[in-house]
Design a binder for this molecule. Structure first.
Ligand code: NAG
Ligand code: NAG
Ligand code: NAG
Ligand code: NAG
Ligand code: NAG
Ligand code: CU
Length: 394
């Protein structure tokens, strides 16, 4: 699909990227499958981003977001400590609003849970989550974190997610897989698919027992938790109440290999000519795609479990933040390959436009109250546009 690769071509493209007209290199299949191509595209995106800084963002204050495994041991421990800090920092929600929100960490999940139908399969999906994780990054920094939000490059780990530095259960991971308990796979009637989507079971299924967050207690939700071996879903009509339980994961290499390989991500970036194609393909949105999960759902169901398998409260698993940083990185790379034409949105204000709603516009507000003030979509379409954003991915 991608012809012959050449480092020379990548360099030529990089040179033209700086001048504004981009000629994409043709990558060999081996380069696509190994992540070399994606790495080159990331480098092109860096060059173009450096040419698009604006406002208060410039080369001396730009922030770098890095892949988890490129952080030092000390940086990873610093990050984990800051997440722990957020899980013990008292909730700032008005008293009585959500008895299950004990901490600022929970507050983020409350905000995400309440907004679910207005931030997924909508025109603001990419920018809302971009702003949401930016606010989380700032809260981490207030809790003693000295770095920037890390991302999880799925492509490295598709063969065995439980061996990932993100999930290997070491004290520099985000905790291990769930306890391995025999169970059937998920059978989900996704709104994105004509029939049920079935996966083989993952490698865990039970509570996370090793590493950081093995003692994390979840309180909010679940809201719509899929059940193993059944198309039925566990519904909870009062997910804001306290429902204390362990963090569960069911790391799933089958899902990872089907939806989040380097090839999947690279084809998404190179194959999407506009925001309609990019956002529908990324989400498996049936208005433009037939691939059911896309890299977005693929990453979520590589993690699985509770809350990972529940679209409303998945942010209560600390791994959510690294997954969504990677989603934002992929969006950023795609944008920066043709930035002037990639600041727009596709979609309406409601989940798959149900109930029918107005088209999203770049003037729409991204609301994360009470965690931070609202911004307009157009304020965050450029990650190096200055207030509020000034970061790139390396
Ligand atoms: C970069 O921006 C900051 C914040 O606006 C400003 O204080 C600094 O002088 C700028 N640096 C350069 C080299 O332009
Ligand atoms: C979890 O709690 C147990 C019992 O209090 C403790 O021994 C263990 O160190 C804790 N693990 C982590 C990762 O905090
Ligand atoms: C799914 O729910 C229905 C209705 O409650 C129930 O009859 C059925 O046994 C459930 N199926 C499974 C596989 O649990
Ligand atoms: C994802 O890529 C793998 C190869 O890396 C391929 O087998 C799989 O079919 C792709 N998935 C989709 C949905 O295209
Ligand atoms: C909404 O957006 C779609 C394309 O995404 C467009 O076809 C349609 O005309 C727009 N509707 C309005 C009312 O602007
Ligand atoms: Cu979300």
């Amino acid at each position: 699909m991608f012809g012959k690769a050449s480092i020379g071509l990548a360099v030529a493209a990089a040179a033209s990227a700086v001048s504004g007209t981009l000629t994409l290199p043709n990558f060999a299949q081996f380069a696509v499958d190994s992540g070399l191509a994606l790495g080159s595209l990331n480098s092109l995106a860096v060059l173009n981003a450096l040419g698009n800084t604006a406002g208060s963002c410039n080369l001396s204050n730009i922030k770098f977001r890095q892949e988890w495994r490129t952080l030092s041991t000390g940086q990873r421990k610093n990050y984990i400590a800051a997440v722990n800090c957020l899980t013990t920092k008292p909730s700032i929600l008005p008293a009585g609003l959500a008895p299950g929100s004990f901490s600022v960490f929970d507050d983020f999940t409350y905000v995400h849970m309440k907004a679910t139908n207005e931030i997924h399969m909508t025109g603001n999906f990419l920018t809302w989550h971009r702003y949401f994780i930016h606010v989380f990054e700032q809260e981490l920094q207030k809790c003693g974190y000295n770095g920037n939000l890390p991302y999880w490059e799925w492509g490295f780990d598709v063969e065995s997610p439980r061996d990932s530095p993100v999930f290997d259960g070491s004290d520099t991971s985000l905790g291990g897989d769930g306890e391995a308990i025999p169970h059937a796979g998920l059978i989900m009637q996704l709104p994105t698919s004509p029939g049920p989507v079935q996966f083989p079971p993952g490698t865990g299924g039970g509570c996370v027992q090793t590493g950081p967050f093995s003692n994390l207690t979840l309180h909010l939700g679940p809201v719509v938790l899929p059940q193993y071996g059944s198309p039925n879903i566990t519904f909870n009509t009062q997910p804001e109440l306290d429902n204390p339980r362990c963090l569960k994961r069911d790391l799933n290499p089958w899902v990872a290999k089907k939806w989040t390989t380097f090839r999947n991500t690279t084809e998404l970036i190179l194959g999407s000519a506009n925001i309609f194609e990019f956002s529908t393909e990324m989400n498996g949105d049936p208005r433009g795609s037939t691939n059911l999960l896309g890299v977005h759902g693929g990453g979520h169901f590589t993690i699985g479990g509770d809350p990972g398998g529940d679209a409303f409260v998945s942010s209560n698993d600390p791994a959510f933040w690294l997954h969504h940083a990677q989603i934002d990185r992929v969006y950023w790379i795609w944008q920066m390959l043709d930035f002037n034409n990639r600041k727009g949105v596709f979609g309406t204000r409601t989940f798959l436009n149900g109930p029918p709603s107005a088209n999203t516009t770049i003037e729409d507000l991204l609301v994360v109250a009470p965690l931070a003030s609202s911004v307009k979509i157009k304020d965050v379409t450029n990650t190096v546009g200055g207030s509020p954003l000034c970061y790139i991915y390396i």
